[in-house]
Write a protein that binds this ligand. Structure first.
Ligand code: ATP
Ligand code: MG
Length: 696
């Protein structure tokens, strides 16, 4: 069966449909018990067939929420209750949207076209906003700003107001504004107290000006894709009506992670046909820091009187031990609705808890396990390493490159491809070889030191005409009066620093040199002053970079390693181990899951505890619950006893979550014996040789 796309604007409600709801043919179809309904349990089936009226499916991990949502959508289509274009379906990622589309096709046997409104909140928001750009003060073809552009625009505003960016960083303002947008607050609506929180009371004013600026440059930022649509709905009842009429059925996955703006948006739209189905799990709410509100789930029945609530309790994903371990852990949270989960599966291995000497040994052991599971016939695709912080990926990526095991980083760049790592590497490369133009251009004005594009162009010109590198050209120009005074001074200072650092290369351990470079160049400070939520992760990544250098004898050896690592092409092979953060793992499932780094301070993360106290701890525990419940067959939890910080070994405490796991479902593995002589410098060397070997 192929469901043809239709143009909704020409769509007339009375036009003939494939099958009229309630018609004889629809009833006849229902008699035949479509294949897609088979295999659902009674509660799942009720959730699929209760198509009309508000419905909340509240259930734990792996109980088939996403499956119910997908089947329900297929059911609505197959029974002719709506055209594809009349269904609004919200998923959490674009990938999930694609998968859902494929699944629906498979369920009803054919390609489904015209599912225009299946996607993330942002994807749907941008579509609506494009249709009504003028109502938001935009023109058609408006652009969507990424974070960098957003920051640039805010910086201009700060400058215009003579606000010291060092004290009041643009990024801080950006997260403030994002926070307001997540809560559905336009500039006129922000609470007075909050408006005064930035730059001595200018926060609200800057927000308003920023919104005006966006209109002038005909652009929207990510937050606007929700906020502006919300505003259009609120201010233009006729437009709202049109969409209310259009969306006969609304389906929302991961309802626990919606923020206030998304919630208000859904509530308005659902007041039309009132056929809204949300699925969610309060125990998996992990985006509080992005403004998600678990309360949205709790309010559902109030907002939609007469709503049905269906609970699913049978878990189809995991073994009894995995489920038991996860349930026991999450039971320690106080603020939760509480659910029971059961499984009919019988074969089961306890969740393994392992302790390692340090992070490298942890990576080696996990690498060995993966190879051995692969030899036994498991697919790499079916294995995942889920980390709390992105810096943890480095040791696994290095290990996999050494072993020649293909891997992918899901939902983000690979460690050495991260912007902050590339910047740091650029400094180090210039110290080792000044004529690396690409590296030099990358950091000549990062952090900002007042060397603008025009001056860089002039250096390029000089380099070309003299046939020398950019670095030499910069050196030469810093001694003439061809550049403006201020620029020349900044450049001079930079060149002096480089020659000083280069001189230290022989005398200082290279890890110390790297720290000095990052400090003296102002690069570390740049991220320390950055108030965005990602800044801390970037600082952690930089520390990890320095730490990893310790495995090599000197800077050159390390840089050589890096160029080999960067050179390893993403193998065309489709079978790869998955590495991702716990946040990126939601909704996914794997046969084998590794959960490394369960240490106090790392997981639960110190920042969550410092900033939000018990609520922060509970959110971290939900994250642990998400992690364990990704596993179908095997879960390995591990921690390192020592982590190297600033070239010093610090002992780490096992995470409190480990002691909270119910003993009956857990097995403590004997300490690994694969001692590799780390800390002696020899490990890095042998590893490097192995590396060159695998690359030839
Ligand atoms: P999460 O909370 O992690 O997002 P979920 O509740 O959305 O989980 P699904 O991903 O829909 O759960 O389902 C988990 C697994 O169980 C999937 O592999 C799915 O195919 C399988 N499953 C769900 N329902 C059934 C069923 N009735 N029979 C067999 N397998 C099922
Ligand atoms: Mg799901």
């Amino acid at each position: 069966m192929t469901i043809k796309p239709i143009d909704l604007d020409d769509f007339d409600d009375d036009a003939p449909r494939p099958v009229k709801p309630g018609s004889l043919s629809a009833r006849a179809l229902a008699q035949g018990e479509p294949a897609y309904l088979k295999g659902l349990n009674a509660e799942q089936r009720a959730a699929v067939e209760t198509t009309d009226g508000p419905l909340l499916v509240l259930a734990g991990a792996g109980t088939g929420k996403t499956r119910v949502l997908t089947t329900r959508l297929a059911h609505i289509l197959a029974t002719g209750k709506a055209w594809p274009g009349q269904i609004l379906a919200v998923t959490f990622t674009n990938k999930a949207a694609r998968e859902m589309k494929d699944r629906i096709g498979a369920l009803i046997g054919g390609v489904v076209e015209g599912m225009t409104w299946l996607g993330t909140f942002h994807a749907i928001g941008v579509k609506i906003l494009r249709n009504h750009a003028e109502l938001a003060g935009l023109r058609s073809g408006f652009s969507i700003l990424d974070t960098d552009d957003q920051i640039r625009l805010l910086k201009q505003l700060l400058e215009a107001h003579d606000i010291d960016e060092k004290r009041w960083p643009a990024r801080q303002l950006a997260s403030l504004i994002d926070g307001w947008k997540n809560r559905g607050l336009t500039p006129e609506k922000i609470p007075a107290g909050e408006a005064h929180g930035f730059a001595n009371g200018l926060g609200g004013k800057l927000y308003a000006e920023y919104q005006q600026r966006l209109k002038v440059v005909n652009a929207a930022d990510f937050g606007d894709l929700l906020l502006e649509v919300l505003r259009i709905f609120q201010e233009h009842p006729d437009v709202l009506k049109e969409y209310q009429r259009r969306f006969k059925y609304m389906l929302v996955d991961k309802y626990q992670d919606t923020n206030v703006a998304q919630y208000l948006w859904l509530r308005l739209l659902a007041q039309g046909h009132r056929n809204i189905c949300c699925v969610g799990d309060d125990d998996q709410s992990i985006y509080g820091w992005r403004g998600a509100e678990v309360d949205n789930i709790l309010r559902f029945e109030k907002d939609f009187p007469g709503a049905k609530v269906i609970r699913l309790e049978r878990n189809y994903r995991s073994t009894p031990d995995i489920l038991g371990a996860a349930s026991g852990l999450i039971a320690k949270n106080e603020s939760r609705l509480g659910k029971t989960l059961r499984t009919d599966r019988e074969e089961s291995e306890p969740v393994t808890v392992r302790s390692h000497w340090d992070g490298d040994e942890e990576a080696r052991t996990i690498g060995d396990d993966i190879e051995s599971f692969q030899r036994k016939g498991d697919r790499l695709n079916d294995m995942a390493i889920l980390v709390r912080a992105s810096f943890q990926m480095r040791s696994f990526e290095d290990r996999f490159i050494t072993l020649g095991v293909p891997y992918r980083v899901v939902g983000g760049p690979r460690f050495y491809e991260r912007a902050e790592i590339r910047d740091a590497l650029a400094y180090l490369k210039i110290i080792a070889s000044p004529d690396n133009d690409l590296a030099f251009e990358r950091i000549i004005n990062t952090p900002k030191r007042g060397i603008g594009d025009t001056s860089v162009k002039r250096m390029h010109g000089h380099a070309r005409s003299q046939g020398i590198s950019l670095y030499r050209a910069a050196e030469a120009l810093s001694l003439t009066d061809e550049l403006p005074n201020k620029t020349r001074a900044a450049l001079r200072a930079l060149m002096d620093s480089f020659s000083r650092w280069r001189q230290s290369m022989d005398g200082l351990p290279h890890t110390e040199l790297a720290e000095i470079v990052l400090d003296e160049s102002g690069y570390t400070a740049m991220w320390q002053n950055d108030k965005s939520p990602e800044a801390e992760g970037r600082l952690e990544n930089l520390k990890e970079l320095v730490r990893s250098m310790g495995e090599f004898e000197n800077l050159l050896g390390f840089l050589e390693h890096i160029s080999l690592v960067m050179d390893v092409e993403q193998s065309p092979d489709d079978d790869k181990v998955n590495i991702m953060t716990l946040h990126a793992a939601k909704g996914l499932e794997f046969g084998t899951v590794f959960l490394p780094g369960w240490e106090e301070g790392l997981f639960p993360h110190q920042r969550a505890l410092d900033e939000k106290g018990r609520a922060g701890l509970e959110e971290e525990r939900r994250l642990a619950y998400v992690g364990i419940t990704r596993a179908k067959r095997r879960a390995f939890i591990s921690f390192a006893q020592n982590r190297r910080v600033h070239n010093l070994w610090q002992s780490a405490l096992p995470s409190r979550f480990i002691d909270e796991l119910p003993e009956s479902h857990v097995e403590v593995a004997p300490m690994s014996t694969s001692y590799g002589g780390y800390g002696l410098g020899s490990y890095g060397k042998s590893r490097f040789e192995e590396q060159s070997f695998t690359n030839t």
